[in-house]
Design a protein around this ligand. Sequence first.
Ligand SMILES: Nc1ncnc2c1ncn2[C@@H]1O[C@H](COP(=O)(O)OP(=O)(O)O)[C@@H](O)[C@H]1O
Ligand SMILES: [Mg+2]
Length: 344
Amino acid sequence: MTHDETDPIAASGVRRQSQVEIEFRNATKRYPGQEAPAISNLSFTIPAGVICCLVGPSGGGKTTTMMLVNRLIDLTDGDILIGGASVRSANTTELRRAIGYVIQQIGLFPHMTIAGNIAVVPKLLGWPRARIRERVLELLNLVQLDRSYAGRYPAQLSGGQQQRIGLARALAVDPPLMLMDEPFGALDPITRSALQDEFLKLQERINKTVIFVTHDIDEAIKMGDRIAVLREGGILAQFGTADDLLAHPVDDYVADFVGADRGLKRLSLRRMRDIVHPDPSLEAKPNVPTISADASLRVGLSRLFTTDASAVRVTENDGTTLGAVTLDELREAVAAHRRTDGAP
Ligand SMILES: Nc1ncnc2c1ncn2[C@@H]1O[C@H](COP(=O)(O)OP(=O)(O)O)[C@@H](O)[C@H]1O
Ligand SMILES: [Mg+2]
């Protein structure tokens, strides 16, 4: 893509960068007429190019936090810096166009075609028609929909397909920052899981800074390079990687939130390839169950429990054997963090 004077990011005062850091600095929002703030003194920094999941209870201030970033609402106190620039001094119209926004309700315009929906912001910016057309096709390809969808209407698409269009629309002008508010929350579990996988794959290519709201801790663990846990009243309970939260929850609230099975969840963060070792004796054991090197330790453990084997063969994607992992080694992986942090 080329960027020119119709580039909203440059126009918004957010510096044109392929990636931006976002810093919350004592961000506080009190709605008029409400006694308690919806979010209170939020301070944390999301490094550029990572997905930060924002989790917390319903009414915990997640949507409020998102709307403060693109200034659909204004801060009461504190600041939010995008690539070092305060949202307070940004031009709000330009800022909103410069930030991709995906919401659970999708919000496609029903009377507009898919192409029209995707092209909303480029049209507002006066891009030439040929460039818009090219970008629409590029985006359909990016979200894995055939170009024949361009002429259809939203009602002719499934929920999952509509959400793909919502994502394509948010990516239209290639914003460095994406806000995703429970984007997959309304989808059935299978579609949801597929879209999660697709988005993670896409993110490897597009490397956006993403704030991803969910109330589902498992989705946060899967999607988030960082996780910010909010508690009632929009107060930050903990900010860290999934492994930080699972291994060292700061208090009972976070420990409850991540779940009593956090030891097992932590196993899902590690791959079989992380602990596999060469085992020449596998040659003589053709019946040992086989598992991919990219499978999690949790899946490996499950495989051992559902077969009678005491070890699994770990293979590379091309089928070559890397070695074995035994039940004892998996137990040790659990025990290793039980020793350091007392996780169940
Ligand atoms: N426009 C508003 N006016 C007054 N209170 C609001 C408004 N929007 C949200 N709230 C309140 O702010 C709190 C946080 O809401 P919200 O950010 O939507 O939470 P979440 O997205 O985590 O469910 C809730 O108590 C909610 O009732
Ligand atoms: Mg919400």
